[in-house]
Design a protein around this ligand. Structure first.
Ligand code: AMP
Length: 290
């Protein structure tokens, strides 16, 4: 595996690749866990060359403290990438990514209106812009994203379609710990009590899925099932609970859901740590552990 840092090194390496070789791409912010690794292994399996990036993108953080405390482990990450079959790892510093006078922003409408788009103003502009830049630098045939960030995945699919970007977006299932908590770099910040109570995210989604299976189609009632489970936990502070269309990511509000599918999504704070999770209500949720 080659580890590159500057923009020129990456462009040079990309120019040296055979155009006919399938190129897979996994963008991340590092502090890698089995969720990231699942994307990298799939990229390595599907493509002749697999490229990953680790870049904590400052423009997608709303809170300076969240950016400053974002966990980092470059050496451990490099080893995980190597083990997962990554051929080229790009770990740039900020000046290799953004010019001092960078002044272009990519905004994807529609799918970004609700959930994290509403809760974190500017966040998805930061994500869309960096992903667009990385696609232009890496020029992959396929890029891999986790369903854990459901709205992000929907936004990237929309951006690729709307802007005619010539690559395939592959969505990968949420990887969870044995207790059902979705793996996240931010889990590191949870203390024991918070971590135990974080199980309520998945359990609340599972309760909604059971309600859906029994025929509940009122979006308000489904939200209430989810809230009721999370509110049991004294340390859990709900940011949002919503039920949205799988493609539109539009909330159903107080409607009776007539679609055959929908997604329930939650964001919950435990102290300063904000966790997100989601589930399709029409499908069983296998707990996929490493
Ligand atoms: P991040 O480093 O948090 O920006 O995540 C990089 C990629 O890994 C994104 O496509 C995420 O959706 C994906 N990812 C993060 N956590 C998980 C998880 N638990 N399961 C599957 N994919 C994940």
């Amino acid at each position: 595996m080659r580890i590159l840092t500057t923009r020129e090194e990456l462009l040079d390496a990309r120019r040296g690749l055979n155009e006919a070789a399938g190129i897979g791409f996994v963008p991340t912010m590092g502090f890698l866990h089995e969720g990231h690794v699942s994307l990298m292994e799939r990229s390595a399996a599907d493509n002749e060359v697999s490229i990953a990036t680790i870049f904590v993108n400052p423009t997608q953080f709303n809170e300076a403290a969240d950016l400053d405390s974002y966990p980092r482990d470059p050496e451990g990450d490099a080893q995980k990438c190597r083990d997962a079959g990554v051929d080229i790892l790009w770990m740039p510093e900020i000046p290799s990514v953004y010019a001092d006078d960078h002044s272009t922003t990519v905004t994807v409408g529609g799918v970004t209106s609700a959930l994290c788009g509403a809760a974190r103003p500017g966040h998805f502009d930061g994500v869309a812009t960096i992903v667009c830049k990385l696609f232009n630098l890496v020029r992959p045939d396929r890029a891999y994203f986790g369903e854990k960030d459901y709205q992000q995945l929907a936004m990237i699919r929309r951006m690729v379609r709307d802007l005619d970007m010539q690559l395939e977006i592959v969505g990968m299932p949420i990887v969870r710990d044995t207790d059902g908590v979705a793996l996240s770099s931010r889990n590191k910040h949870l203390n024991g009590e918070q971590r135990a109570q974080a199980r309520s995210l998945r359990e609340s989604l599972e309760a909604a899925r059971v309600a859906w299976q029994r025929g509940e189609r009122s979006a308000a009632a489904l939200r209430q099932v989810i809230r009721a489970r999370i509110e049991v936990e004294p340390l859990a502070d709900i940011d949002y609970v919503d039920v949205v269309g799988t493609r539109s990511v539009a909330p159903y509000g107080d409607a009776i859901i007539e679609d055959a599918t929908c997604v329930a999504a939650v964001a919950v704070r435990f102290g300063a740590t904000r966790l997100i999770d989601n589930a399709r209500l029409d499908r069983p949720q296998p707990v996929w552990t490493p």
